[in-house]
Design a binder for this molecule. Sequence first.
Ligand SMILES: Cc1cc2nc3c(=O)[nH]c(=O)nc-3n(C[C@H](O)[C@H](O)[C@H](O)COP(=O)(O)OP(=O)(O)OC[C@H]3O[C@@H](n4cnc5c(N)ncnc54)[C@H](O)[C@@H]3O)c2cc1C
Length: 397
Amino acid sequence: MQPIHVAIIGGGYGGIRAMEHLSKSTHIHVTLIDQNAYHYMQAEVYDFIANKVDMSHIMIDLPSLTKSFGLVRFVCEEVLTIESDTKEIVTPTQKISYDYLIIATGSRTYFPTFIPGLREYTHGVKSIPTALDFKQQFERALLDRIEAQKQGCDAKPFNIVIGGAGLSGVEIAAEMAAYANRFYQNGNFGCRGVDVYLIDAYETILFGMDPFLIESSHERLLKLGVHVWHNNRISEVREHSILLDNGELLDFEFMIFTGGVCASALTERLKFKVNAKGHLNVLNDLSIENYPTIFAIGDVANLTDEQGKPLPPTAQLAERSAEHVVRNIALREKGQPYQPFSFTNQGLMIALGGEYGAGLLPGGIKVKGYLAYLIKKAIFWMYTAPLRRRSAIGKRR
Ligand SMILES: Cc1cc2nc3c(=O)[nH]c(=O)nc-3n(C[C@H](O)[C@H](O)[C@H](O)COP(=O)(O)OP(=O)(O)OC[C@H]3O[C@@H](n4cnc5c(N)ncnc54)[C@H](O)[C@@H]3O)c2cc1C
């Protein structure tokens, strides 16, 4: 059998899963291209921000991971564009040709331009440098506040605002509140503590999710002392305050914006069709219209269910779509037609600060509290343990 060459752009949840499955075949050569030398496990970033884990916990070294797979080559470069007519990927230093291409470049924070100051004065957590930047500034501010207590308590509030009460906003708000409470209980902050505000325009947090998840998360956030302001639209962000639609002004020390995502910047440089937020439109088999050997998976793709309703972007969806594309490549190599992609959610676990979580397991089983926290940690361990083992093998090679 003639070997084929599959290139994957993006070493995130989708790209890694595609690489793992493709490398099971001995006649497939894989090139994985990522602008970073690490796989960033962004779904775990709340633990990092809240100082529960260090940076190594949320990243895996891509050069050693890829080295552990026989026929995989890793290229650490940003992809500038794709020349689909000649089947070439363009980076700053080279052109890489492919037989099949999987685009898995994920998403980035979407800052609506109609909210002045939002991009300028808020932090994002969609990359390690931005998450690290936020964490360091946050700790510096905590220390400054403790130092300032030498002069006695001042009444100035220390507010953290999280804009957007989707999955990431809720997890970060809960973990930061739990962290701040721990800080307080450990005898720091003789004066006033930290207040966490979670602000969202929709009528509930986790809008559109299962009512059990909404209620359990809301209840937990209130218990942690988070100020949950749903039904509140942010109309302007200033250097240290936000203005709401109802005219209210809230001062903050830090603000994180998790209110939405758009596709990775690469899609702006491609000639393929995209939706309003830059996500690549795909056919139901996940290939790009008129380009049957190019696929898009995970957050970068405009993935919908059978009724055409957008599927929420999750690591689970990125992995399932990756597996589907690998199956379709195998079918085409056998001269068979592509199969349509369908997605069944296997459940969802949400971390809710400290050792507490809530979630839905396959079959709709509801779980909350310490057990949910343990299940979430077990899922993370099952995901990372094989990758870390592989990475260790790659280091020795
Ligand atoms: C705070 C937070 C909490 C979350 N919690 C959960 C959760 O509990 N459960 C869940 O399932 N999901 C969660 N998610 C969502 C999940 O992380 C994403 O859906 C998932 O990362 C998407 O995977 P992906 O492979 O499509 O993209 P990504 O994981 O974003 O990977 C994209 C990769 O492409 C690379 N790349 C981008 N552009 C280029 C380029 N031009 N050239 C080369 N490389 C490029 C990037 O460096 C990156 O490595 C959370 C997200 C956040 C931010």
